[in-house]
Design a protein around this ligand. Structure first.
Ligand code: C2O
Ligand code: CU
Ligand code: CU
Length: 463
């Protein structure tokens, strides 16, 4: 069976499996299976990247295989290490249905973005020729077929990208993949009595987003991550369809935030807890130099276990002190905006077509360009959530969060972002540096995938 410590309280959706208490079973980190990371695919020297969407069978840890999808492997995809320069990709689709591959956070023009206007038909491939040019950051890639994003990503069509400039040693940052630089894809999954995962959303799941009853990290459950007795970097990726995590350590050791979605902060920010909504990434440093074990939990009120850690003396601690600063503060976009737009993230609007999900009271329509912005300009966007908090994401840009519910941005949102959780009202400044034609526009949407598929999405051209 799935390790019962990793069952989640299903706060959002009715679930077949009841909530089980935090410490239901004795857990021995010394004998638990070790967390593994996806294989690393380094394309920094080749400038060539090949991925293939495929069907697979994956065991999440229950000893039972579930039907899954993956990129070049049965579930999820490799971690791709990219650097600036030319990158030729070949994405092939061996599935029986169309899919697409969107580079979430990659600054490329609309024709290379991999969104809903770039479907890959079964048995064909998509070969974008890209020119990468951006700051180091943790990005991700995932399927983005309109109406199919939720089931395809849930089944496993997602992976992580490390943008690197090769200068992490100068910054004093851990960078040994799988040793002191760990990539953690956080996903909650729903398992049936037989221990199989399947995606069958009911009406409440469509409304609130599909929540699981078991926590998985990199497609595994009940594992312990081995770390050196020193500073470890965790690259946290919320690859869940709908769940928002409030991450904190059981022993209250701090998380030192060093990077947000789109790049490094000027200096680490010490946090007691980090909120991570679907689509967001964060890089944190954690001090394990005292040795022993530690547990990463989520949700203050009803804590559940995300990942256990244990130091291993066989792993060499390369970094033993926290770096003081990395990069100069980001250019301040304030004052350069040429236009203000307001977006409401709507749900349950009675008689509106499309099941009540939309932006500005309008469900997404692939055939309609909602607005156009000027290439190179900066705009102020005000985003308003209805009914619940929604993670808001924009393609092809990075933005600065200016205000949240009338207050200055949370410290964790002070860096460059491409996705942010809008509780009630958030104000952002966005700079449009990449072009997108009306034929291959950029998307803005809620990253609760059930909401996105149901129409809480809009599209714009950058000309
Ligand atoms: Cu991560 Cu439009 O998506
Ligand atoms: Cu995106
Ligand atoms: Cu939403």
């Amino acid at each position: 069976m799935i390790n019962r410590r990793h069952f989640l309280a299903s706060t959002l959706a009715a679930s077949a499996v009841p909530f089980l208490p935090l410490r239901a079973l004795a857990f021995d980190p010394a004998t638990a299976p070790r967390l593994t990371l996806p294989p690393m695919l380094d394309v920094t020297t080749t400038g060539r990247l090949a991925l293939s969407a495929m069907t697979g069978q994956h065991d999440y840890g229950a000893g039972v295989a579930s039907a899954t999808l993956g990129f070049s492997q049965p579930y999820l995809g490799p971690t791709i290490r990219m650097a600036n320069g030319p990158l030729g990709a070949e994405i092939s689709n061996t599935l029986a249905e169309p899919t697409s591959l969107h580079w979430h956070g990659l600054m490329v023009p609309g024709e290379q973005d991999g969104g809903p206007h770039l479907p890959i038909a079964p048995g064909t491939s998509w070969t974008p020729d890209m020119q990468i040019g951006q700051e180091p950051a943790t990005l991700w890639y995932h399927a983005h077929m309109h109406g199919k994003t939720a089931p395809q990503v849930y089944s496993g069509l997602a992976g992580v990208i490390h943008m690197t400039d090769g200068r992490d040693d100068d910054r004093g940052l851990p960078s040994a993949y799988g040793i002191d630089d760990l990539t953690l894809v956080l996903q909650d999954r729903r398992f049936d009595e037989a221990g199989r995962s399947s995606y069958a959303p009911g009406m409440m799941d469509q409304m609130h987003g599909f929540a699981g009853n078991v926590m998985t990290v990199n497609g595994q459950t009940g594992t312990v991550a081995a770390v050196p007795k020193g500073i470890t970097r965790l690259r946290l990726v919320n690859g869940s369809n709908a769940r928002v995590y409030t991450l904190h350590f059981e022993d209250a050791r701090p998380l030192h935030l060093v990077a947000t979605d789109a790049g490094y902060l000027p200096a680490p920010i010490e946090l007691a807890a980090l909120i991570l909504s679907p689509g967001e990434r964060a890089e944190v440093l954690v001090d394990f130099s005292a040795g022993g074990s530690a547990t990463l939990l989520s949700d203050p009120g009803r804590a559940f276990i995300v990942q256990d850690f244990m130091t291993d003396d066989n792993l060499s601690a390369r970094i033993t002190s926290l770096p003081q600063s990395f990069d100069s503060p980001p250019d301040n976009l304030a004052g350069s905006e040429v236009q203000t737009r307001t977006f409401t993230l709507d749900m349950e609007m009675g008689n509106m077509a499309g099941g009540g999900f939309g932006i500005n009271r309008t469900p997404y329509d692939m055939g309609r360009i909602d607005f156009e912005v000027a290439l190179g300009s900066v705009e102020r966007w005000i985003i308003q959530s209805s009914m619940m908090a929604h993670p808001f994401h924009v393609h092809g840009v990075k933005f600065q969060v200016i205000k949240e519910d009338g207050l200055p941005a949370l410290p964790q949102n002070s860096g460059w972002k491409d996705t942010t959780l809008v509780t009630r009202e958030t104000e952002i400044l966005v700079r449009f540096d990449q072009p997108a034609s009306p034929q291959k526009p950029f998307m803005l949407h809620c990253h609760i995938l059930e909401h996105e598929d149901a129409g809480m999405m809009a599209q714009f051209a950058v000309i």
